[in-house]
Design a protein around this ligand. Structure first.
Ligand code: TXA
Ligand code: MG
Length: 337
């Protein structure tokens, strides 16, 4: 069998000490590095660098900004990103390092880009069991977001060759650590219920509901069986979306007095003091990285409406417009959450 052709932009290297150091440097520089975990290969980027995170969405061709999992080297580093107490601390102690992703509140010190969490208040975190993965994260010295290293909609990659076949033109550095051992993505859980006394299984994986229940002392319910309305955002059924207080008006060709303006490229003559530019250069990568931050900042001004200039419906612009349309969509009657 012939090895898949490595396109010029993607580099594949065995997981030696030097290569791991190089992977860390590249991540710090905002570049993409694909690496093995015990579940599937991940396409990694510096979680604190919005532009690097935007590169992931572009490379994967994700139609929308699904929130990403933040990978850290140990449970202590996880506490710098999310809040772990009570049952969640027990789960972390029982299953990390390992194929469990825990969704929790962002910690006060959390530096993860809002693009990575899709503007949610929560963050998904895991400590992979794969030694190469943890060494790369340590070498980078910061939390790393890593979705499965496949094109959106394809099956996940369990070998470095799969990664190259799917993402060969993604300009990624692929660290080859052989075939992954588990091969399906991590189990994802979040606290749920009025008193946060239940566990919701958001995605099934190698760690079973029984094991989760035993370690946490909580009742575990599968998202598919949960009928309450306090269900957190679930993979593949992203109901929660970033909705600012302000009304959002899309494809604005003028800004009304009192409206805040979210510009893209050459700004409209701002009749408003409250103004942000997603990218003066009209760069979609930069715009994606700024999107949630700018929406939040404009919302904080207390303006009744945010006028958003048109964003081209190409490349990352598709994902940006998807999020903007969700933000602009008529709001359901106020729900409990
Ligand atoms: O095994 C894995 O988890 C692999 C390896 C690379 O670590 N990663 C992975 O990532 O499967 P990805 O991006 O393909 O899947 C992440 C899932 C998405 O379905 C997303 O909806 C969910 O995690 N997710 C992320 N943040 C979330 C949050 N705050 N609340 C609920 N779900 C979240
Ligand atoms: Mg995936």
């Amino acid at each position: 069998m012939q090895a898949p052709a490595t396109r010029k932009s993607t580099i594949i290297r065995p997981a030696t000490t030097d290569v791991i150091a190089e992977a860390g440097r590249r991540l710090r520089d905002g570049k993409l590095v694909a690496f093995p975990t015990e579940t599937v290969y991940g396409l990694g980027a510096d979680a604190t660098n919005g532009k690097a995170v935007a590169r992931i969405y572009a490379a994967k061709g994700r139609p929308a900004f699904n929130p990403l999992i933040v990978h850290v080297a140990d449970a202590l580093d996880a506490q710098a990103v999310g809040v772990f107490d009570g049952p969640l601390a027990n789960l972390a102690a029982a299953f990390w390092p390992g194929p469990l992703t825990i969704v929790t509140s962002r910690s006060d010190a959390c530096e993860v880009s809002e693009l990575a969490t899709a503007g949610l208040e929560t963050v998904a975190i895991r400590v992979p069991a794969n030694d190469t993965a943890r060494r790369i994260i340590r070498a980078a010295g910061r939390p790393i977001v890593a979705p499965s290293a496949n094109r959106s909609g394809h099956v996940s990659a369990t070998t470095a060759a799969h990664v190259v076949a799917d993402l060969g033109d993604a300009d990624a550095f692929v660290v080859d650590g052989g075939q992954t051992t588990i091969g399906i993505e991590s189990t994802i859980v979040a606290l749920a219920g009025d008193q946060k006394t239940e566990l919701r299984l958001l995605r099934s994986g190698a760690i079973t509901a029984e094991e989760l229940s035993k370690a946490s002392g909580l009742v575990v319910r599968d998202i598919a069986d949960a009928t309450d309305d306090v269900t957190p955002t679930a993979p593949g059924q992203l109901t929660s979306h970033y909705a600012p207080q302000a009304r959002v008006r899309l494809n604005a060709t003028y800004a009304e007095p009192g409206e805040a303006l979210l510009a893209f490229g050459e700004p409209l003559q701002p009749a408003t003091a409250d103004f942000r530019n997603l990218s003066e250069r009209g760069d979609l990568l930069e715009a994606a990285a700024n999107l949630f931050l700018h929406l939040r900042e404009l919302d904080a001004t207390g303006a009744a409406a945010i006028a958003v200039m048109p964003i081209p419906e190409t490349g990352l612009g598709i994902a940006i417009n998807d999020r903007l349309r969700r933000a602009a969509a008529p709001r359901p009657a106020k729900s409990a959450s």
